[in-house]
Write a protein that binds this ligand. Structure first.
Ligand code: DWN
Length: 387
């Protein structure tokens, strides 16, 4: 597979980096993870393209996170919030505006600079135990460490949890949200599997990891963002009473067999069937002379287009609102990425919904496409071409 967020120009095709995308289940701690992935400093380079504020859904979600953290910190003397992977400051700028002491740890320079322009204090570094010690020595312990779609992307994950145990105050909390293994399996969302997502967390695997670092999961919340995520709330062992949500999700995971290899063997079989069906439907559309365009050059679409061998023979191009992706080619499959205006110029017959986790927003925005007879083609949770 290619790197899922490396959109390239034609002259970069020959030097494109490929790696073996395979996942494994740890028999001991039940963590699901990729077996090989490029190191973080080769993924989160200075021009890393993903912008948290790039979609309405994520902007709104992270504003809500900031508002709830402000409420949680109300009444505390001089609280200190640290965000790991603050990206363009989509969450922290609200905390900064409220005058709450904060720090955004963001290794991608272009995003850290943009966050700083929004009044966010940033450090352009990767978080680890050494940096945690430095932050604590200079700024004191953190009341809250927050991360969204970040911790699952850090290979040396012990460094993150050990760092959190160093940086958090006695009653401090580590709150993070990442794509949920339960949703991935239930929705057949195989496109969530890619180089950036090193770990596919469950409450079981996060609890095991937390225990090894002197922390424990005290609450869990299921979120609709990103195709289905869990928000984990961790604290020092014994500091807080554990909420019923933890046992609820552990029981749910046991029923779903999320710790058994058989579950993932069956998942793989479903994915192969979806891949066959998707390429069959696309080939039939093209055989009938219909135009097919991709909607949303998502990171997730790199796995779909390369696993299903989707070329420009099947999908003409992909439209996307992200300026940094436009005019480039998608990773591996090399589908041209064009601005959103190209979608209606003229409308295709079929639109392949790569950004399925934003479907409601997209369908509302593209009502004219549907009204003109355009049809949406989905592949999550199964292949479905509208009638
Ligand atoms: O884990 C991650 C998730 C949170 O976001 C990151 N490592 C990378 C990224 O994954 P993704 O690219 O699959 O995320 P999205 O938010 O599903 O990507 C949406 C893409 O679709 C963006 O490139 C923007 C585009 N888009 C569009 O062109 N028109 C999105 C909407 C809603 C639209 O109307």
């Amino acid at each position: 597979m290619p790197r899922s967020n490396r959109f390239i120009s034609p002259d970069e095709i020959a030097s494109e980096h490929w790696f073996r995308l395979a996942t494994g289940l740890c028999p001991a701690c039940k963590m699901v993870q990729v077996l090989e992935a490029p190191p973080g400093d080769e993924i989160f380079t200075a021009d890393y393209s993903y912008l948290t504020s790039g979609t309405t859904a994520m902007r709104g979600h992270l504003k809500g996170v900031a508002q709830s953290l402000k409420l949680e910190l109300r009444g505390r003397p001089d609280p200190f919030v640290v965000e790991l992977g603050c990206n363009d400051g989509a969450m922290l700028h609200t905390i900064a505006e409220a005058g709450i002491r904060h720090l955004g740890v963001e290794p991608t320079q272009v995003h850290a600079d943009y966050a700083a322009s929004r009044g966010v204090s940033t450090l352009t570094e990767f978080f680890n135990a050494e940096l945690a010690t430095r932050i604590r020595d200079t700024s004191g312990p953190a009341d809250i460490i927050f991360a969204a779609n970040t911790i699952c992307e850090i290979q040396d994950i012990r460094q993150v949890f050990d760092g959190a145990a160093i940086l958090l105050g006695p009653e401090g909390m580590l709150i993070f949200e990442d794509p949920y293994l339960g949703d991935l399996v239930e929705k057949n969302a195989f496109d969530q599997i890619c180089d950036e997502h090193v770990f596919y967390f469950s409450v079981h695997s996060v609890s095991e990891l937390a225990q090894r670092c002197g922390l424990e999961v005290i609450d869990v919340e299921h979120l609709p963002v990103g195709g289905g995520e869990l928000r984990y709330r961790l604290a020092r062992r014994g500091c807080y009473q554990t909420k019923p949500s933890v046992q609820y999700h552990l029981a749910r995971e046991a029923r779903a067999g999320l710790s058994q290899l058989e579950t993932f063997v069956a998942f793989a079989e479903r994915v192969h069937s979806i891949a066959r069906q998707l390429t069959d439907v696309l080939s039939e559309c093209r055989a009938r002379g219909q135009r097919v365009v991709g909607y949303g050059a998502t990171m997730k679409s790199a796995t779909v287009t390369n696993f299903c061998h989707i070329t420009t023979e099947l999908v003409e191009f992909v439209c996307d609102t992200t300026p940094a992706k436009q005019g480039l080619l998608t990773p591996g499959a090399h589908l041209p990425v064009r601005p959103p205006e190209a979608f209606a110029d003229p409308y295709p017959d079929v639109a392949l919904m790569f950004a399925w986790n934003h479907e409601a927003e997209i369908r509302a925005k593209e009502q004219a496409f549907t009204n003109s007879g355009g049809r949406w083609l989905r592949y999550v949770p199964e292949v479905a071409l509208e009638r």
